[in-house]
Design a protein around this ligand. Structure first.
Ligand SMILES: [Zn+2]
Length: 310
Protein backbone atom coordinates (compact mmCIF):
# COMPACT_ATOMS: atom_id res chain seq x y z
CA UNK A 1 0.00 0.00 0.00
CA UNK A 2 2.76 2.40 1.02
CA UNK A 3 4.66 1.75 -2.10
CA UNK A 4 1.61 2.22 -4.15
CA UNK A 5 0.92 5.55 -2.42
CA UNK A 6 4.50 6.64 -2.94
CA UNK A 7 4.19 5.79 -6.52
CA UNK A 8 1.05 7.79 -6.90
CA UNK A 9 2.64 10.79 -5.16
CA UNK A 10 5.74 10.46 -7.26
CA UNK A 11 3.67 10.40 -10.37
CA UNK A 12 1.76 13.48 -9.21
CA UNK A 13 5.05 15.26 -8.40
CA UNK A 14 6.41 14.39 -11.79
CA UNK A 15 3.32 15.81 -13.41
CA UNK A 16 3.68 19.01 -11.33
CA UNK A 17 7.29 19.27 -12.45
CA UNK A 18 6.25 18.74 -16.06
CA UNK A 19 3.75 21.55 -15.73
CA UNK A 20 6.27 23.82 -14.04
CA UNK A 21 8.94 23.02 -16.56
CA UNK A 22 6.94 23.21 -19.74
CA UNK A 23 3.92 25.42 -19.30
CA UNK A 24 5.21 28.28 -17.16
CA UNK A 25 7.65 29.68 -19.75
CA UNK A 26 4.82 29.54 -22.30
CA UNK A 27 2.38 31.54 -20.17
CA UNK A 28 5.19 33.97 -19.47
CA UNK A 29 5.56 34.53 -23.23
CA UNK A 30 1.77 34.92 -23.65
CA UNK A 31 1.63 37.61 -20.96
CA UNK A 32 4.48 39.44 -22.66
CA UNK A 33 2.75 39.37 -26.05
CA UNK A 34 -0.58 40.60 -24.57
CA UNK A 35 1.19 43.45 -22.76
CA UNK A 36 2.98 44.39 -25.99
CA UNK A 37 -0.23 44.45 -28.04
CA UNK A 38 -2.03 46.51 -25.37
CA UNK A 39 0.80 49.04 -25.34
CA UNK A 40 0.73 49.31 -29.16
CA UNK A 41 -3.08 49.78 -29.15
CA UNK A 42 -2.85 52.58 -26.57
CA UNK A 43 -0.07 54.24 -28.58
CA UNK A 44 -2.16 53.89 -31.78
CA UNK A 45 -5.19 55.52 -30.17
CA UNK A 46 -3.05 58.42 -28.94
CA UNK A 47 -1.52 58.95 -32.41
CA UNK A 48 -4.96 58.79 -34.15
CA UNK A 49 -6.31 61.32 -31.66
CA UNK A 50 -3.48 63.73 -32.50
CA UNK A 51 -4.02 63.28 -36.27
CA UNK A 52 -7.79 63.90 -36.08
CA UNK A 53 -7.38 66.95 -33.87
CA UNK A 54 -4.95 68.36 -36.43
CA UNK A 55 -7.54 67.92 -39.18
CA UNK A 56 -10.22 69.97 -37.44
CA UNK A 57 -11.06 73.08 -39.42
CA UNK A 58 -12.89 75.75 -37.49
CA UNK A 59 -15.01 78.22 -39.45
CA UNK A 60 -16.74 81.37 -38.27
CA UNK A 61 -20.47 81.73 -37.68
CA UNK A 62 -22.83 80.11 -35.27
CA UNK A 63 -23.72 77.07 -37.35
CA UNK A 64 -20.46 75.22 -37.23
CA UNK A 65 -21.34 71.57 -37.13
CA UNK A 66 -19.16 68.56 -36.86
CA UNK A 67 -19.44 65.63 -39.23
CA UNK A 68 -18.67 62.57 -37.19
CA UNK A 69 -17.51 60.75 -40.33
CA UNK A 70 -14.38 62.81 -40.82
CA UNK A 71 -14.15 65.48 -38.09
CA UNK A 72 -14.26 68.35 -40.58
CA UNK A 73 -16.21 71.40 -39.41
CA UNK A 74 -18.76 72.81 -41.82
CA UNK A 75 -21.16 75.74 -41.94
CA UNK A 76 -24.49 74.22 -42.91
CA UNK A 77 -27.12 75.97 -45.10
CA UNK A 78 -29.50 75.95 -42.12
CA UNK A 79 -28.94 74.96 -38.51
CA UNK A 80 -29.08 71.24 -37.74
CA UNK A 81 -30.07 70.30 -41.32
CA UNK A 82 -32.43 67.39 -41.84
CA UNK A 83 -33.98 65.93 -44.96
CA UNK A 84 -37.68 66.62 -45.51
CA UNK A 85 -39.49 63.48 -44.41
CA UNK A 86 -42.85 64.24 -46.03
CA UNK A 87 -43.63 65.08 -49.65
CA UNK A 88 -45.60 68.06 -50.98
CA UNK A 89 -48.92 66.44 -50.05
CA UNK A 90 -47.77 65.55 -46.54
CA UNK A 91 -47.30 61.82 -47.19
CA UNK A 92 -44.30 60.08 -45.61
CA UNK A 93 -41.83 59.82 -48.52
CA UNK A 94 -38.22 60.34 -47.35
CA UNK A 95 -36.81 59.64 -50.86
CA UNK A 96 -38.69 62.62 -52.24
CA UNK A 97 -36.20 65.06 -50.75
CA UNK A 98 -33.05 63.30 -51.98
CA UNK A 99 -30.84 63.93 -55.02
CA UNK A 100 -31.28 61.51 -57.92
CA UNK A 101 -34.10 59.74 -59.75
CA UNK A 102 -36.02 59.76 -56.52
CA UNK A 103 -39.50 60.73 -57.70
CA UNK A 104 -42.41 59.01 -59.47
CA UNK A 105 -41.00 55.54 -58.82
CA UNK A 106 -37.63 56.44 -60.28
CA UNK A 107 -38.98 58.11 -63.42
CA UNK A 108 -38.40 61.70 -62.36
CA UNK A 109 -35.28 63.36 -61.02
CA UNK A 110 -34.70 65.76 -58.14
CA UNK A 111 -31.74 68.03 -58.80
CA UNK A 112 -31.01 69.12 -55.23
CA UNK A 113 -31.85 68.21 -51.68
CA UNK A 114 -34.85 69.44 -49.70
CA UNK A 115 -33.84 70.48 -46.21
CA UNK A 116 -36.71 70.82 -43.77
CA UNK A 117 -37.20 74.41 -42.55
CA UNK A 118 -40.23 76.33 -41.32
CA UNK A 119 -40.71 79.53 -43.39
CA UNK A 120 -38.58 82.35 -41.99
CA UNK A 121 -35.67 80.15 -40.90
CA UNK A 122 -32.21 81.71 -41.27
CA UNK A 123 -30.19 80.60 -44.30
CA UNK A 124 -26.38 80.74 -44.11
CA UNK A 125 -23.57 81.16 -46.62
CA UNK A 126 -21.82 77.79 -46.40
CA UNK A 127 -18.50 79.21 -47.64
CA UNK A 128 -17.06 82.60 -48.57
CA UNK A 129 -18.51 83.50 -51.96
CA UNK A 130 -20.12 85.93 -54.35
CA UNK A 131 -23.79 86.20 -55.36
CA UNK A 132 -23.80 85.74 -59.13
CA UNK A 133 -27.46 85.35 -60.07
CA UNK A 134 -30.82 85.93 -58.40
CA UNK A 135 -34.37 85.90 -59.74
CA UNK A 136 -37.94 84.80 -59.13
CA UNK A 137 -39.13 81.65 -60.88
CA UNK A 138 -42.85 81.83 -60.14
CA UNK A 139 -43.71 78.31 -61.30
CA UNK A 140 -40.54 76.60 -60.12
CA UNK A 141 -37.72 77.63 -57.80
CA UNK A 142 -39.47 80.73 -56.46
CA UNK A 143 -37.10 83.36 -55.09
CA UNK A 144 -33.67 81.80 -55.62
CA UNK A 145 -30.02 82.68 -56.07
CA UNK A 146 -26.65 81.26 -56.98
CA UNK A 147 -23.50 81.83 -54.97
CA UNK A 148 -20.11 81.21 -56.58
CA UNK A 149 -17.42 79.77 -54.28
CA UNK A 150 -13.77 78.79 -54.58
CA UNK A 151 -13.78 75.15 -55.82
CA UNK A 152 -10.73 74.43 -53.64
CA UNK A 153 -12.60 75.54 -50.51
CA UNK A 154 -15.54 73.33 -51.43
CA UNK A 155 -13.20 70.41 -52.05
CA UNK A 156 -11.80 70.84 -48.52
CA UNK A 157 -15.17 70.05 -46.93
CA UNK A 158 -15.95 67.07 -49.19
CA UNK A 159 -17.11 64.04 -47.21
CA UNK A 160 -14.58 61.28 -47.77
CA UNK A 161 -16.99 58.52 -46.79
CA UNK A 162 -20.16 59.66 -48.53
CA UNK A 163 -21.98 57.12 -50.66
CA UNK A 164 -25.65 57.34 -51.68
CA UNK A 165 -27.24 54.66 -49.57
CA UNK A 166 -30.81 55.46 -48.63
CA UNK A 167 -32.10 53.92 -51.83
CA UNK A 168 -30.87 52.79 -55.24
CA UNK A 169 -32.59 55.81 -56.78
CA UNK A 170 -30.29 58.22 -55.03
CA UNK A 171 -27.33 59.38 -57.13
CA UNK A 172 -23.96 60.90 -56.18
CA UNK A 173 -23.86 63.16 -59.26
CA UNK A 174 -25.27 63.68 -62.75
CA UNK A 175 -24.13 61.61 -65.71
CA UNK A 176 -22.22 64.50 -67.25
CA UNK A 177 -20.02 65.06 -64.19
CA UNK A 178 -16.40 63.94 -64.32
CA UNK A 179 -14.80 64.12 -60.83
CA UNK A 180 -11.31 64.16 -62.36
CA UNK A 181 -11.68 67.19 -64.58
CA UNK A 182 -14.61 69.28 -63.33
CA UNK A 183 -14.56 71.93 -60.65
CA UNK A 184 -17.67 72.52 -58.63
CA UNK A 185 -18.32 76.10 -57.61
CA UNK A 186 -22.03 76.99 -57.54
CA UNK A 187 -24.30 76.80 -54.51
CA UNK A 188 -28.00 77.47 -55.00
CA UNK A 189 -30.71 78.28 -52.44
CA UNK A 190 -34.39 78.14 -53.52
CA UNK A 191 -38.03 78.79 -52.47
CA UNK A 192 -36.81 81.65 -50.24
CA UNK A 193 -39.16 84.19 -48.65
CA UNK A 194 -36.61 87.00 -48.43
CA UNK A 195 -32.93 87.70 -49.15
CA UNK A 196 -30.34 89.89 -47.43
CA UNK A 197 -28.01 90.05 -50.45
CA UNK A 198 -28.03 91.15 -54.08
CA UNK A 199 -26.18 90.16 -57.24
CA UNK A 200 -22.49 91.11 -56.98
CA UNK A 201 -22.32 90.97 -53.16
CA UNK A 202 -19.50 89.06 -51.56
CA UNK A 203 -20.47 87.03 -48.50
CA UNK A 204 -18.63 85.34 -45.66
CA UNK A 205 -19.11 81.77 -44.48
CA UNK A 206 -21.63 81.78 -41.63
CA UNK A 207 -23.33 84.99 -42.76
CA UNK A 208 -27.16 84.98 -42.71
CA UNK A 209 -28.01 85.62 -46.37
CA UNK A 210 -31.72 84.78 -46.62
CA UNK A 211 -34.82 83.37 -44.97
CA UNK A 212 -36.50 80.15 -46.05
CA UNK A 213 -39.97 80.17 -47.56
CA UNK A 214 -42.35 78.18 -49.73
CA UNK A 215 -42.22 80.33 -52.88
CA UNK A 216 -42.65 79.13 -56.47
CA UNK A 217 -43.92 75.59 -56.86
CA UNK A 218 -43.38 74.96 -53.14
CA UNK A 219 -46.40 77.14 -52.36
CA UNK A 220 -49.10 75.03 -50.71
CA UNK A 221 -46.64 72.37 -49.56
CA UNK A 222 -47.01 70.29 -46.42
CA UNK A 223 -43.24 69.94 -46.27
CA UNK A 224 -41.67 73.41 -45.95
CA UNK A 225 -38.00 73.34 -46.98
CA UNK A 226 -35.08 75.06 -48.60
CA UNK A 227 -34.20 73.40 -51.92
CA UNK A 228 -30.39 73.36 -51.93
CA UNK A 229 -28.26 72.60 -55.00
CA UNK A 230 -24.57 72.25 -55.78
CA UNK A 231 -23.56 72.60 -59.43
CA UNK A 232 -20.61 72.92 -61.75
CA UNK A 233 -22.58 74.93 -64.30
CA UNK A 234 -25.39 77.26 -63.37
CA UNK A 235 -28.11 75.71 -65.50
CA UNK A 236 -29.08 72.28 -66.66
CA UNK A 237 -32.21 70.26 -67.18
CA UNK A 238 -32.93 67.58 -64.60
CA UNK A 239 -29.83 66.37 -62.83
CA UNK A 240 -27.48 67.75 -65.51
CA UNK A 241 -24.60 69.86 -64.17
CA UNK A 242 -25.42 69.07 -60.54
CA UNK A 243 -24.00 66.90 -57.81
CA UNK A 244 -25.56 65.54 -54.63
CA UNK A 245 -25.19 68.19 -51.89
CA UNK A 246 -24.72 65.33 -49.44
CA UNK A 247 -21.28 64.84 -51.01
CA UNK A 248 -20.34 67.92 -48.96
CA UNK A 249 -22.91 68.31 -46.20
CA UNK A 250 -24.25 65.84 -43.71
CA UNK A 251 -28.02 66.25 -43.84
CA UNK A 252 -29.74 64.12 -41.22
CA UNK A 253 -32.11 61.50 -42.58
CA UNK A 254 -33.37 57.99 -42.01
CA UNK A 255 -32.12 56.55 -38.72
CA UNK A 256 -30.37 59.81 -37.79
CA UNK A 257 -33.66 61.70 -37.38
CA UNK A 258 -34.46 62.03 -33.69
CA UNK A 259 -37.96 61.74 -32.21
CA UNK A 260 -37.90 65.52 -31.77
CA UNK A 261 -37.00 66.01 -35.47
CA UNK A 262 -39.81 63.72 -36.63
CA UNK A 263 -42.30 65.39 -34.30
CA UNK A 264 -41.43 68.85 -35.67
CA UNK A 265 -41.83 67.64 -39.26
CA UNK A 266 -45.09 65.81 -38.51
CA UNK A 267 -46.47 68.93 -36.82
CA UNK A 268 -45.46 71.10 -39.83
CA UNK A 269 -47.05 68.62 -42.27
CA UNK A 270 -50.51 69.39 -40.85
CA UNK A 271 -50.38 72.86 -42.41
CA UNK A 272 -50.55 73.91 -46.06
CA UNK A 273 -47.78 76.50 -46.34
CA UNK A 274 -48.51 79.15 -48.95
CA UNK A 275 -46.04 81.73 -50.24
CA UNK A 276 -46.45 85.27 -48.89
CA UNK A 277 -48.07 87.71 -51.28
CA UNK A 278 -45.66 90.22 -52.77
CA UNK A 279 -42.51 88.20 -52.04
CA UNK A 280 -41.45 88.70 -55.66
CA UNK A 281 -41.66 92.50 -55.57
CA UNK A 282 -38.50 94.16 -56.92
CA UNK A 283 -36.92 90.97 -58.27
CA UNK A 284 -36.24 90.04 -61.86
CA UNK A 285 -38.41 87.21 -63.16
CA UNK A 286 -35.61 85.94 -65.33
CA UNK A 287 -32.03 84.95 -64.72
CA UNK A 288 -29.92 87.92 -65.80
CA UNK A 289 -27.01 85.62 -66.48
CA UNK A 290 -28.84 83.27 -68.82
CA UNK A 291 -30.38 86.14 -70.76
CA UNK A 292 -26.95 87.68 -71.27
CA UNK A 293 -25.72 84.34 -72.66
CA UNK A 294 -22.77 84.22 -70.31
CA UNK A 295 -22.95 80.50 -69.80
CA UNK A 296 -21.43 78.97 -72.97
CA UNK A 297 -20.02 75.91 -71.17
CA UNK A 298 -23.44 74.55 -70.44
CA UNK A 299 -24.12 73.62 -74.05
CA UNK A 300 -20.67 72.12 -74.32
CA UNK A 301 -21.38 69.84 -71.34
CA UNK A 302 -24.72 68.80 -72.75
CA UNK A 303 -23.03 67.90 -76.02
CA UNK A 304 -20.37 65.88 -74.17
CA UNK A 305 -23.02 63.95 -72.33
CA UNK A 306 -24.92 63.10 -75.50
CA UNK A 307 -21.69 61.83 -77.03
CA UNK A 308 -20.98 59.69 -73.98
CA UNK A 309 -24.44 58.16 -74.11
CA UNK A 310 -23.96 57.08 -77.73
ZN1 LIG B 1 -36.33 70.27 -54.06
Amino acid sequence: MENENKNVNEILDEKKEEKAGKENPKSGKKTGVILGITALLILGIIILGIIFNGRNIKLGGNVVNEDEDDKIFRVNPVKDPQVTYYNFRGEAYPDWAKFGMTRSNGARGHQGIDIFALPGTDVYAVLDGKIVDMYVDKTGYGLNFYMEVDPKELEKIKRKNFKPKESAREWAYSENYDPNTMQIKYIRYCHLSEVNVKIGDTVKAGQVIAKTGTTGNASGTHAPHVHFEIAFEMRGKGLINRVNPEMYFKIKNGKDLTEKDKKAQTEASKTEWFETKGYDKGFSEKSTLLEAGKNPNENKNLKNMKQKKK
